[in-house]
Design a protein around this ligand. Structure first.
Ligand code: GLN
Length: 253
């Protein structure tokens, strides 16, 4: 039997910055290299909420505050309720980057104090810095225990104004080795809840961290077919690229 997964790409036209679309390309390729069909549904403003029910994996990239405000209007209500149920009860895997990660929380406070409503799926919140405080920009590396076996170094690039704070019952994706992460204060980066990952890492993150891409594909297949065994791929190039970045950042892989 040929396996098949459907990726729901939320607001790809508005929420897509610093190479985030590369994540979807990476997921598709890593499926195809294993002879798994990968279908992508673009869920743009005005999409029919029923489309969400077809999705085995969700992806949403980052954006600036203006786009986040536009998307809020479309996603609040029924769509957000369905997404919450998918994440909480159905354990659908997903990757939410930067502005999309902020969306998962309780609220996002802009620099002028205005509140952008969020999905209230995870107990976290984001606040923009007061005037004159710098944005959190640069290459970033973190250690994550997400994967069975040795802790894995995740590498990416961050560029955000907002600082995110996790509620006490939430687990971060990893511990910052270099860079800022969630807020530049508590050494945490991102969040992991059920099979959902929120993170500030652009890059795009998945080609730079193939284990993370496979974590998402495996979770999708496990849910759908009760079988998450993935054929090993030749990641020689990816490993070489990771080494080069790690050397540049002065961190160990
Ligand atoms: N608007 C958000 C911030 O600056 C998100 C930025 C992004 O997604 N790159 O904090």
């Amino acid at each position: 039997m040929k396996y098949q997964i459907t990726i729901g790409w939320l607001y790809q036209d508005l929420m897509n910055t610093y190479g985030d679309r590369g994540n979807v390309i990476c997921l598709k390729k890593r499926c195809e290299w294993r002879n798994i069909d990968c279908n992508i549904i673009e869920l743009n403003i005005g999409f029919n909420k029923e489309e969400l029910k077809k999705c085995d994996l969700l992806f949403m990239g980052g954006a600036q505050d203006r786009q986040q405000r536009i998307v809020t209007k479309d996603i609040k209500g029924e769509k957000s309720k369905i997404i919450k149920k998918m994440i909480d009860d159905d354990k659908v895997p997903g990757l939410f980057i930067c502005g999309a990660y902020q969306f998962l929380g309780n609220y996002y406070k802009e620099a002028d104090g205005k509140i952008i409503e969020c999905l209230e799926i995870l107990d976290l919140y984001t606040e923009s810095p007061k005037k004159n405080k710098k944005r959190l920009i640069g290459n970033i590396a973190l250690k994550s225990n997400l994967f069975e076996g040795e802790p894995y170094t995740l590498i990416g690039f961050e560029n955000h104004g907002g600082s995110t704070y996790l509620g006490k019952n939430l687990k971060p994706l990893g511990k910052v080795m270099t860079g800022y992460g969630n807020n530049g204060e508590d050494n945490t980066e991102g969040v992991i809840f059920n099979n959902i990952i929120g993170t500030y890492l652009h890059g795009p993150i998945l080609p730079k961290n193939p284990l993370l891409a496979d974590f998402l594909i495996r979770a999708a297949l496990k849910r759908k077919y009760k079988n998450g065994i993935l054929e090993k791929l030749n990641d020689k190039l990816e490993i070489k690229a990771r080494k080069a970045i790690a050397n540049k950042l002065g961190v160990e892989l």
